[in-house]
Design a protein around this ligand. Structure first.
Ligand SMILES: Cc1cc2nc3c(=O)[nH]c(=O)nc-3n(C[C@H](O)[C@H](O)[C@H](O)COP(=O)(O)O)c2cc1C
Length: 212
C-alpha cells in the first residue's frame, strides 16, 4: 500500500495556489490509489517551533542512547515528524516562494526532520566530516507557486531561486533523491499569463499522478 505524506507550507488556505495544485494532484493520485493512505502535516498555518538552544543541545547530545528525559522531551515533536517521514513512501510538499526561499514554517519543519542519528549520520574520516543519508526508497514531489516569472531551471532568475532547489538539497542530504518539481509562476503578473502557468502545472501534475 502506498502512503503519502503531504506537507503544506503556505500560510494561505483556500486562496493558496500551491496548496490547491497539491490537493488537485492528491485527488488524482487517490483516484488511482483508492487504498493509498494520506497524512497531512500542516506547517504553513500551524506554527512549527524554530530550533532553539535546548533542541540543539538535545539533538547533538553525545550519547543519544543516554539522553536525559528533559532532552527527550525537547525532541518529542521532532521525533514525531521524523517518524511520519519514515512511515510514508511518498512525500508531497506544497510551498510558495517567499523572499526567494520558503515560508518560515516549512524551513522550521525541515530543521526538525534533518536529525543526526535518525535521518543522517555523521562520522569522521581522518578528521574530515562525512555525512551519510539514512532514508531510502522514498520519492518526493514539490509543488510551488511564485509571484514572478523565470525562477525555473534555465530561467533568467533561476540563480535567485532558493526555494525548491534548496528543498531538493535538504531532501537529498537525508536520502530523498528522487524529487520532482512542478511550479506555477506569475501570480503577481497579468492574470492571463498566470492562468496559463497554472493550467500547465495542473496538466503536469495529472501526468505525475499516474507515475507516483
Ligand atoms: C511574504 C511574501 C514574500 C514573497 N516573495 C516572493 C519572491 O521572493 N518571489 C516571488 O516570485 N514571489 C514572491 N511572493 C509571491 C508568492 O510567491 C506568490 O503569491 C505565490 O503564488 C503564493 O503561493 P500560495 O498561493 O501557495 O500561498 C511573495 C509573497 C509573500 C506574501
Amino acid at each position: 500500500m502506498s502512503r503519502i505524506l503531504v506537507v503544506h507550507g503556505s500560510p494561505r488556505g483556500d486562496r493558496s495556489t500551491s496548496r490547491r495544485l497539491a490537493e488537485g494532484f492528491l485527488g488524482a493520485w487517490q483516484g488511482r490509489h483508492p487504498e493509498g493512505q494520506v497524512t497531512r502535516r500542516e506547517v504553513g498555518r500551524v506554527p512549527v517551533p524554530a530550533v532553539n538552544e535546548a533542541f540543539v543541545a538535545a539533538a547533538f547530545y553525545p550519547q543519544p542512547e543516554a539522553r536525559p528525559l528533559v532532552m527527550q522531551a525537547d525532541l518529542a515533536l521532532s521525533d514525531q515528524l521524523v517518524g511520519e517521514l519514515f512511515a510514508h513512501d511518498l512525500l508531497l510538499i506544497s510551498t510558495p516562494m517567499y523572499n526567494f526561499s520558503v515560508p518560515s514554517g516549512l524551513k522550521a519543519w525541515v530543521d526538525q526532520i534533518v536529525r543526526l542519528g535518525l535521518t543522517f549520520e555523521h562520522t569522521l574520516d581522518n578528521g574530515v566530516a562525512q555525512y551519510t543519508p539514512l532514508l531510502q526508497g522514498k520519492k518526493a514531489l514539490i509543488v510551488t507557486s511564485r509571484g514572478g516569472f523565470g525562477f525555473g531551471p534555465g530561467g533568467e532568475l533561476a540563480a535567485l531561486n532558493h526555494a525548491d532547489p534548496w528543498l531538493r538539497t535538504a531532501l537529498g542530504f537525508i536520502g530523498i533523491n528522487d524529487v520532482s518539481v512542478v511550479a506555477a509562476e506569475g501570480e503577481e503578473s497579468a492574470e492571463r499569463s498566470f492562468a496559463v502557468s497554472v493550467a500547465e502545472a495542473e496538466q503536469r501534475l495529472l501526468e505525475l499522478a499516474r507515475e507516483f
